[in-house]
Design a binder for this molecule. Sequence first.
Ligand code: C2E
Ligand code: CA
Ligand code: CA
Length: 448
Amino acid sequence: MINMVGKKDFTITSIDNFSKEQLFEMAFYEPVTHYYNWNWLRERLENFEKFGLSDFIFAHFDIKDFKMINEIYGHTVGDKVLIRMCDALSKCDWIYFSSRCDNDNFALMVKRMSDEEVRAKLQALFDSLSVLDEDSKYPIFYRCGVASVDNVGDYRATVTDLAKMAQRLGTKVNVTEIHFYTDEMKEKQMHSKLLKKDLTNALENDELIVYYQPKYEPVHNTLVGAEALIRWNYHHERMLPPGEFVPYFEQEGAIEKIDRFVLEQVCMKLEHWKQQGIKLVPISVNMSRAQLYSPLVIDNILAIVDRYDVERQYIEFELTESLAYGDVDYMIQVMKELRELGFLLSIDDFGTGYSSLSLLSNMPLTTLKIDKSFIDEIEMDEDGKVDYIVKNILGITKHLSIYSVAEGVETEDQKNLLKKWGCNYIQGYFYSRPIPVEEFEKFLEVAE
Ligand code: C2E
Ligand code: CA
Ligand code: CA
């Protein structure tokens, strides 16, 4: 029979060779690792009392970028990584039951202990398998969510939702993360559900508003463009900044609606200004992950833009560096198509990702936006490291013949340094905060 944390090895010869009991058992194993599968564990989650337990902590984890291991070293090595994990899990005396759910997902029912203890045990488990056996230079990182709730009997198998909610907080690269579920998270999720319900109404009730943040050329202090940034005038009561709703909609995919709305508003304004004889400047809009990876991304964009009589060179798409984590080749392909269609393209938050430099040479960029985190440090940069980095980024943009924009410039000193180093454009509170369109229009000039 199966022991609590042991493994079972099956060599399949003919189905007739199996007893009913063995066939039944096979339903509870998964073929790659010959370890317990999700069905096996779910049975124990649902009926933990029947299996002699009165309480447990639930944890769920996966391997960050597991796809990469398969892609670089092949599936056999990928499988071995999973098998080694199952082996390690089967030897943990602090685990009641564990299973490989699917792909690189694992679930554990852990003995009751303090949060610090369970964190230490999990960390030790992950540390013991933190490099690839086949290539000790290749690090393996994990993303783990833990649900340590008082009344686990109320949840049973749905405790997995809580752990997964915590697990989703693990978004950093190159580090193993263990997050615990908290009631606050649940409130946030409720909040996100409410917001999602409200979004349809918000679009109909004119609650979504586009603000514009001007970009300036610092030598002559001339306006050279603006970034469109969304605001939500929630129930016409208070103005929500994007930080309070964009992340929720990013997870839910509803962000695409917002992005389309912003693009449409921008096109409308550009056409309006053109008709009024106003000198146009390019307006940039942010592109979300959902929009980029939508199969109809180009069609959707053209369907909006082509409704207005606006030249494409006045519309710029800002793509943040981290969008490349999904599928760089695909992203570059979309960028190429957009560029060929005549749109401007910028890479946003440059310097915050880990693949920055290699990306630059392959992307058909018109502009690079240096992330605010660098700008924050240039004034008080005692050892000169950040200054050196920023100067070099500016050198690279010059070499690649693309425009540079410094983001989040708040002081005159920052502006002067950037101007001295040859940064093309400045965006930040020093010149202006994001402002409503009526205010922004005051900055625009009539064309000569
Ligand atoms: P982002 O694209 O990096 O936008 C720049 C953010 O920096 C804006 O915050 C802007 O108000 C802020 N900022 C600009 N200058 C300064 C400064 O000098 N000091 C400080 N402290 N902040 C400055 P905002 O408007 O809150 O937007 C936050 C993020 O939300 C944006 O970051 C972008 O990622 C996202 N977002 C905004 N609008 C949209 C949208 O229409 N679609 C999508 N997908 N994302 C959007
Ligand atoms: Ca941006
Ligand atoms: Ca940015």
